[in-house]
Design a protein around this ligand. Structure first.
Ligand SMILES: NC(=O)C1=CN([C@@H]2O[C@H](COP(=O)(O)OP(=O)(O)OC[C@H]3O[C@@H](n4cnc5c(N)ncnc54)[C@H](O)[C@@H]3O)[C@@H](O)[C@H]2O)[C@@H](O)CC1
Ligand SMILES: Nc1ncnc2c1ncn2[C@@H]1O[C@H](COP(=O)(O)OP(=O)(O)O)[C@@H](O)[C@H]1O
Ligand SMILES: [K+]
Length: 494
């Protein structure tokens, strides 16, 4: 199964246009779209149920007319309300409206609360501004009715590209979109408005979707499963990589051990914690399979990295946000090992991102900031911080630093400097627990130690981390996460 492409509204319009140019008329695409929605509606309805379709002034409204016509033909009682006037519908929407033999009511007078199902065909990817006036009132009334809503393409009021709510948005039970999901179906807060999302095939071939140049994917096993390491029969531990995790001082050692254990569980053949001299005792008391070495600051790290077998490195968790940490990052980047930077390794560069400009272009590196760390790191870089799309922010940060950027959250975005990106969606809010991010660092570094390229390691790591957390659910603490990795791997590698 190929990885699932997620298309921006612009890419989708391009794919639609090419499909129409290649000989499939636009009205035929619209009919297929409307019929797919009607099929989904019929699944939600009993015979002769009452359906209310709210249609907007563009092509999304056109889809609404097709749905209404089809459902009426199936014997349902259908009312249709239009935002605007029939005479002002254009193109395929005007054609679709001609097929509708029922009344066209003003959207304002639709009795939503009397319906068994509401079909939301007000706006799709063409929403151009915040909802106001009659559109806003219609959405307010739809949401207040408590009746299930089936959204056409996307819940009206969502921005297709960013998943942002433009003033107000329809809260849908189910959404039928066409050809491919759009970012609003995957990014928060949009995802929470869509309900169950179905992608209907309306005859736009995958090659056409790919030809748009879209390089955004849903993060799931098809994106990286074939790269997931499986040790060969003749492997020894050094063939599975050696991960080094740098520990904080005597009272701040737990984060490194969480990362180290996760690296070991994900399959790194060896894992070593590099500990400041004063913390050797406490680290030694808590480590068994994981090895321990003294490491006195940047110079100590430089010495340790003379051992070429140490091929992946975690830097950041609990190191302290100061110049010493920045110096360690410099040593690590210079040593050209696979590198995962998190927490203090990022925060210590607060407002100093210029020092990281293109630093990672010669070695595989992954930066794993949450929103706060991201804002601190790129303070003074409005070109990176200001785009409304989380995907765009991650893209720009990746292009600027030369590293893969994992912008964490309920909709973690992974972006590579080469323009690829993926959005993760299998997590659980229970992952928001102290030390969860440290575990993620260890997983990603452990995968890179086994030879995965940075982007695939980051995508696989984020997914496996989320899957582990979701499989446990309530009561999850960071210590559990590494122990849940084998179960996730077993299923993946079956
Ligand atoms: N050939 C295609 O491109 C296909 C497109 N399809 C549908 O077409 C939709 C996109 O159609 P459009 O590009 O016409 O866009 P929409 O139908 O999403 O909305 C555009 C219309 O809404 C108006 N509008 C935008 N923001 C508004 C606001 N805040 N308040 C009031 N009016 C506002 C615009 O002036 C325009 O009339 C997709 O979402 C999908 O449902 C489907 O029919 C499948 C095929
Ligand atoms: N609501 C949520 N849904 C899914 N994943 C979440 C949610 N909140 C946090 N996470 C995930 O949990 C992890 C938290 O990492 P981080 O904030 O660095 O925690 P810490 O610093 O405590 O280790 C990230 O992988 C993040 O994506
Ligand atoms: K809609």
């Amino acid at each position: 199964m190929p990885p699932e492409l997620v298309l921006t509204p612009r890419e989708m319009r391009q794919a639609d246009a090419w499909t129409i140019e290649s000989g499939l008329p636009g009205i035929e695409l619209m009919r297929r779209a409307g019929h797919a929605v009607a099929r989904a509606a019929a699944e939600m309805l009993t015979k002769e149920a009452r359906v209310i379709v709210a249609a907007g002034p563009g092509q999304n409204g056109g889809d609404g007319f097709v749905v209404a016509t089809r459902l009426a033909g199936m014997g349902h009682r259908v009312s249709l309300g239009l935002l605007g006037e029939v005479g002002r519908l254009a193109g395929d929407a005007a054609l679709a409206a001609k097929d509708w033999k029922g009344a066209v009511e003003p959207v304002e007078s639709l009795p939503f609360a009397e319906a068994d199902l509401i079909v939301d065909a007000l706006f799709g990817t063409g929403l151009a501004r915040d909802l106001g006036g009659a559109a806003r009132v219609a959405v307010e009334r739809m949401n207040a009715s408590g009746i299930p809503v089936l959204a056409v393409d996307l819940p009206s009021g969502l921005d297709g590209e960013t998943g942002r709510v433009r003033g107000l948005a329809v809260k849908a039970r189910r959404t039928v979109t066409f050809a491919a999901r759009k970012p609003c179906h995957v990014l928060m807060p949009g995802r929470a408005f869509c309900g169950e999302v179905e992608v209907a095939d309306i005859g736009i071939p995958r090659v056409t979707l790919e030809a748009t140049g879209g390089r955004l994917f849903a993060n799931a096993p098809p994106l990286w499963l074939d790269r997931l390491p499986k040790p060969g029969l003749d492997f020894h531990k050094y063939d599975r990589g050696h991960t080094l995790v740098v520990s904080g001082g005597a009272t701040r050692t737990g984060a490194a051990r969480l990362a180290a254990r996760a690296a070991l569980r994900i399959g790194s053949g060896l894992v070593t914690v590099a500990s400041p001299p004063e913390a050797l005792g406490v680290n030694a008391a808590h480590l068994t399979a994981i090895m321990l070495r003294g490491c006195d600051g940047p110079e100590g790290l430089h010495q340790i990295l003379q051992d070429a077998r140490l091929n992946a490195l975690v830097l950041g968790p609990a190191l302290g946000a100061h110049s010493g940490t920045r110096a360690m990052v410099a040593v690590a980047a210079h040593a050209r090992r696979s590198l995962v930077l998190d927490a203090d390794a990022l925060t210590s560069f607060e407002g100093l991102a210029t020092e990281l400009h293109q630093v990672f272009r010669h070695a595989p590196a992954v930066l794993t900031p949450h929103d706060g760390e991201f804002r601190r790191l790129f303070k003074g870089h409005p070109d990176i911080l200001d785009p409304e799309s989380k995907i765009e922010r991650a893209h720009r940060a990746a292009a600027y630093t030369g590293a893969v950027v994992v912008l964490k959250g309920p909709d973690t975005v992974i972006a590579a400097p080469d323009g690829r990106a993926a959005i993760n969606e299998n997590g659980t809010p229970y992952l928001g627990t102290a030390g969860s991010g440290d575990t993620l660092c260890g997983i990603v570094a452990g995968l890179m130690a086994q030879g995965l390229p940075a982007f695939e390691a980051a995508c696989a790591g984020v997914w496996i981390h989320a899957e582990a957390g979701a499989s446990f659910g309530p009561g999850l603490i960071a210590e559990d996460l590494a122990e849940l990795i084998p179960g996730v791997l077993r299923t993946l590698l079956r």
